[in-house]
Unconditional design. Structure first.
Length: 278
């Protein structure tokens, strides 16, 4: 697989953000990034069907989409990637690989598993960007994200639901530690102002972020590392399920001018659940 993926690493890197670009312009995109487990009660991970058709039959499609469909859509995207491998369609393989990697990474973020995704119901507004962006921005240089070889996943549905379960289990620490730490910081010490793109922007201070990072015991690093591992596992699993096609003749098949996302303003705009963009 390396002979195909490595020469196209720039494409994958640049296009991995495409799902976020589509969130506010493409109908049905926003719900692919999260699942609000707490809406379904304490037994959500036991009661929710692992497969889409069963879930629709039990809960209804409208309700499912309203509260996020991430684990089910990842299964669909995995099937699509398998079919792209079978067809040896270089463009589709890379486009779906980039999208699938994005959705898998989102599923590893604890705040993508709750209705209180930005602390708006617990007086902790901004915690999403703090956990997901600010902490890696400050400390990712020290992260160890080496995982070794990709592994075949016997059951894709089980694998992705385990990811969601692990992410959701992190939520208590995410909220509790921020709230406890905030009690010991005055507002002018909790936040600082920095120039971003020549705009003075309020951010969590380095001191506050460092202490929160320590309290979480490198939780962000662990989730990032797990996300990287799962992306590799899923790409590999889809390739194996497709019959392990030879990709060496595809390495130069991609037209770099194709496949880039551009806003399609003919799509009906719709109210999507807002997410922090920093």
């Amino acid at each position: 697989m390396l002979v195909f993926y490595k020469p196209n690493i720039d494409y994958l890197t640049e296009n991995a953000v495409n799902p976020d670009k589509r969130r506010y312009s493409v109908v049905g995109e926003a719900e692919r990034h999260f699942i609000d487990l707490d809406v379904y009660g304490d037994g959500a991970l036991i009661l929710l069907p692992k497969y889409w058709r069963e879930a629709v039959g039990k809960i209804g499609e409208d309700s499912l989409r309203k509260h996020g469909i991430a684990p089910w859509h990842i299964q669909l995207a995995s099937y699509q990637l398998t079919e792209a491998f079978k067809a040896k369609d270089a463009q589709r393989i890379l486009r779906i690989s980039a999208d699938l990697g994005h959705y898998i990474a989102d599923a590893h973020v604890p705040l993508h598993t709750t209705r209180n995704y930005n602390g708006q119901f617990s007086n902790q507004d901004g915690i999403h960007g703090f956990w997901e962006s600010r902490l890696p921005e400050l400390f990712a240089g020290d992260y160890d994200v080496w995982n070794g070889s990709a592994e075949y996943q016997e059951n894709i549905a089980n694998a992705i639901w385990n990811v969601v379960r692990e992410s959701h289990a992190c939520l208590d620490s995410v909220f509790l530690f921020e709230k406890e730490l905030s009690k010991n910081f005055k507002q002018d010490k909790k936040y600082s102002y920095e120039l971003r793109n020549n705009v003075l922007t309020r951010s969590y201070s380095h001191d506050f972020a460092e202490k929160y990072h320590q309290m979480l015991d490198r939780q962000v690093e662990r989730r990032m590392r797990a996300a990287i591992k799962m992306v590799g596992d899923m790409w590999y699993t889809c390739w194996v399920n497709a019959g392990q096609p030879d990709l060496s003749d595809l390495k130069n098949a991609l037209d770099p001018t194709q496949g880039e996302e551009s806003p399609n303003w003919l799509k009906r705009l719709f109210p999507a659940r807002p997410e922090p963009e920093d």
